[in-house]
Design a protein around this ligand. Structure first.
Ligand code: PLP
Length: 623
């Protein structure tokens, strides 16, 4: 467990049982824990095969509770004379059951939603029936988006149209001209504060969204001229997702606080300050300002937001705003666990070949090298082995070495590599020469995984994001192998080969021996934000099975909202193919082949049956 850092990144929801299985504590306390391996077994009994996303509704609720409690604590600690009203950005995970659960769980804090497109606006308008919950409208807004948001006010919804582009001001004014209801308007500011890391480019004067200061002034003037300044109630900023360093947030808060104050002085009623998303996740448990972590806690974050805005507004005797966060990652990451199984392993061909008579010199040299490896000569003898392997290749190219002898030379070289690498583990890693460090890498095993990373963990490929990835069982057994995962797609990028390492990255993971006919189950944790929706159909692998789990009062749990993954027919249809037409063409081709005597009727039927059956199976179904 320590090896995989569960006690750091997993807190408070994941732990390891005495049996060496990952257990989930959906309410953040060990009193209600469930064994993840048991859950997988029960799902398989219900024909829900792997890979599968398991969503813990109680974790989602607990994350919401922690966020709201952190702000409540900060508000009471600083005596802040305003309140907190969070919203969840729908783009983070648009899954129906997750959003329905979130709105339900968030009701007691009047938790709202943030929409970034017309489709997301529709979801938010239909789900958010609490008149005290906020609906923040971001994204590109055409006339119909604007009109929808304004008209929805008559249904008791509170959509706030956040101006992100200068020309949206004019559109809002024009659309509003023909309506009786006044809009609720916000402005997104482009701050000069730069975040760091992957998402840092979401801010700064050249950022894609938000108004620069001169544009804000122009917007205020236009609104005033249109008699709409009274509708300007919110200032928004977002300095990028996964803020790893709290210092960056403090700068942004100070800058935004001043803009807020100035807007009130320009005559806008204001009332809301929306600090956007960015609240980070400690993916590797290191509590550092590195990309996969944060150097602050949730409480630090809430305290900084509350204290900085209070200081800024109080010193100008301005009424304190209702504080809004648009945290997505921090709410949705923990609740979802992706479990996949290993299908087999591939390793280097290092068996020592049998000795035969009259072996060529290069092969004999390699046998001699293998027999003479000692702790003292590791680098030197590895150089010898490489030289003899090169000799063998050269001899092969010139036609002096048979295919069998070349195979022996390769096996013996790998055997040398394995022996050298295993002796090298007795040396201090810092003393290892570079040549030997890379040896371990080239000897690593490939674990073939039943998943598509393009579908289920796209950020690992697209932006090199790290997630905790580890076996969910056998954690009492010392893992004796180093490996990486290769997925089902025919793409060399389809791999998981970067793993968390307490503030660093490692390219190989400690893994157990894969045993034929015994499941080896791997979990990818903290992937509930962005992964599902960004996933794509590469090689036509579709969505995985998914299920929600809810804890009962007596520690029992039940499955809810079981959703089967996409079938092959569905992924084909997603690309406009007609599965019946495809099968029809092959039936015709079989008829022609039968007439020519190239295929028997039984063979043709078997072929068509295989194809037909696979259409109704999910894309990860393997026999
Ligand atoms: N709000 C806006 C405007 C965003 O662009 C994003 C995502 O980057 C978020 C909120 C959510 O950010 P996070 O998931 O980091 O909380």
């Amino acid at each position: 467990a320590t090896l995989y850092g569960v006690e750091q990144w997993g807190k408070p929801y994941f732990n390891v049982s005495a049996q060496g299985n990952i257990i989930v504590q959906p309410r953040g306390s060990f009193h209600d824990s469930v064994d993840l391996v048991e859950i997988v077994k029960e799902l398989q009994d219900r024909s829900l095969s792997l890979p599968c996303i398991i969503r813990f509704d109680d974790i989602l609720e607990d994350c919401l509770k922690r966020l709201n409690t952190a702000f409540e604590n900060a508000i009471s600690q600083y005596g802040y004379g305003g309140c907190y009203r969070g919203v969840f950005p729908v783009k983070c995970n648009q899954q129906r059951y997750l959003l329905e659960q979130l709105v339900e769980s968030g009701r007691r804090w009047h938790f709202g939603l943030e929409a970034g497109s017309k489709a997301e606006l529709l979801i938010a308008l239909s789900l958010l029936d609490d008149p005290d919950a906020l609906l923040i409208c971001n994204g590109y807004k055409d006339r119909s988006y604007i009109e929808t948001a304004i008209l929805a006010r008559q249904l008791g919804r509170n959509p706030i149209l956040v101006i992100e582009q200068p020309d949206e001001v004019r559109r809002i004014i024009e659309v509003n001209h023909n309506l009786d209801t006044a809009p609720l308007i916000g402005i997104r500011a482009k701050l000069s504060t730069h975040s760091i890391g992957r998402w840092g480019s979401s801010v700064g004067e050249r950022a894609k969204f938000g108004l620069a200061i001169p544009d804000i002034i122009a917007a205020v003037e236009m609104l005033k001229a249109a008699d709409l300044l009274g509708s300007l109630c919110l200032l928004h900023f977002h300095i990028g997702s996964q803020i790893s360093d709290i210092a960056v947030l403090k700068d942004a808060l100070q800058e935004a606080g001043q803009i807020y104050v100035q807007l009130t002085e320009l005559g806008a009623p204001m009332g809301y300050l929306d600090v956007g998303g960015g609240l980070g996740i400690d993916y590797d448990g290191s509590r550092t300002a590195t990309a996969a972590s944060t150097n602050y806690s949730l409480q630090n974050y809430a305290n900084d937001v509350v204290a900085t805005i209070q200081e800024c507004c109080s010193s100008h005797s301005i009424q304190l705003p209702t504080l809004i966060t648009e945290s997505g990652r921090a709410i949705a990451s923990h609740c979802s666990v992706l479990i996949f199984n290993v299908l087999g392993t591939g390793s280097v061909p290092a068996e020592i070949p049998e000795l035969t008579e009259n072996e060529p010199l290069t092969v004999r040299n390699l046998r001699y090298t293998l027999a003479n490896i000692t702790l003292e000569n590791l680098q030197e003898i590895w150089n010898d082995a490489l030289k003899f392997k090169e000799d063998a290749l050269y001899a092969f190219r010139l036609g002096y070495l048979s295919l069998e002898d070349r195979a022996k030379a390769e096996q013996l070289t790998w055997a040398c590599a394995e022996r050298i690498a295993s002796l090298a583990t007795y040396l201090n890693p810092a003393d290892l020469p570079d040549g030997l460090k890379s040896l371990q890498l080239s000897l690593a095993n490939t674990y073939y995984a039943n998943l598509s990373i393009f579908r289920s963990a796209p950020d690992t490929w697209a932006i090199g994001q790290l997630f905790p990835i580890l076996p969910i069982h056998r954690l009492n057994e010392r893992p004796m192998y180093l490996g990486r995962f290769a997925d089902l797609t025919c793409d060399s990028d389809g791999k998981l080969a970067r793993f968390i390492d307490k503030g660093h990255v490692k390219t190989l993971l400690e893994l157990h021996k894969y045993k034929e006919n015994e499941p080896y189950l791997i979990g990818l944790f903290l992937g509930g934000a962005y992964q599902e929706v960004m996933g794509n159909f590469h090689n036509l692998f579709g969505t995985t099975n998914s299920v929600h789990i809810r804890l009962g009062s007596n520690g029992n749990y039940h499955f809810d909202n079981i959703v089967k993954g996409s079938t092959n027919a569905e992924t084909l249809q997603a690309m406009e193919h007609d599965p019946d037409l495809l099968i029809g063409r092959l039936k015709l081709a079989s008829e022609i082949a039968m007439k020519k005597g190239n295929i028997t009727i039984n063979e043709a039927q078997a072929l068509i049956n295989h194809l037909k059956t696979s259409l109704s199976e999910i894309t990860y179904h393997l026999q």
